[in-house]
Ligand binder design. Structure first.
Ligand SMILES: Cc1cc2nc3c(=O)[nH]c(=O)nc-3n(C[C@H](O)[C@H](O)[C@H](O)COP(=O)(O)O)c2cc1C
Length: 157
């Protein structure tokens, strides 16, 4: 199964999980780049507001054609209880070209289920699998079991 893992990451947590998932599946990787500055306290506040209001943002054009893959996996940090604007924008732009999608998110403490459900709904596809990770487990390096659980549960239509 030809698989692409795409993720947005502001501080590296979602990137770390995305890289582990991609390694487990020998998948291609593409980081979603948000053109809006998200660093520092102002970036945090405006990011939270943009996410809460379900705003899109400007992202770098996809370099890898999502239509070339059997499965695309999208990862996001939870922002204000939902997906960040950059993965939201990616899903809105490209999900129509994708055959099968799966989702993952990372969070400090809350919003996993709601975020994963919102991504699935936005994609218009039935998620092949979805899973959330806690930031503290990612920092401890304690994610291999959940990564295995996620990658082994992937199914394609
Ligand atoms: C703007 C913003 C909003 C956030 N909102 C939430 C939240 O609602 N609930 C939560 O548990 N964590 C929240 N977080 C924490 C992130 O979900 C968490 O730190 C995540 O693992 C960071 O991933 P990253 O390093 O890939 O950016 C928020 C972080 C940011 C920057």
């Amino acid at each position: 199964m030809k698989t692409l893992v795409c993720f947005y990451s502001r501080t590296g947590i979602t990137r770390k999980v995305g890289t582990q998932i991609a390694e487990a599946l020998s998948a291609d990787v593409e980081e979603i780049i948000d053109h809006k500055g998200r660093s520092g306290p102002i970036g945090f506040v405006t990011g939270g507001k943009d996410a809460f209001l379900a705003r899109t943002t400007e992202i770098t054009e996809a370099a890898k054609n999502p239509a070339d893959y059997d499965m695309v996996i999208i990862g996001t940090p939870v922002w204000a209880g939902t997906m960040a604007p950059a993965p939201r924008t990616w899903i809105m732009k490209y999900a129509g070209k994708v055959k099968n999608m799966a989702f993952f998110c990372t969070t400090a403490s809350s919003g996993m289920d709601k975020t994963l459900a919102a991504m699935e709904e936005l994609s218009g596809l039935k998620a092949s699998a979805s899973i959330g990770f806690y930031e503290r487990d990612v920092k401890k390096g304690d994610t291999s079991e959940r990564v295995k659980q996620f990658t082994s549960s992937l199914t394609s239509a």
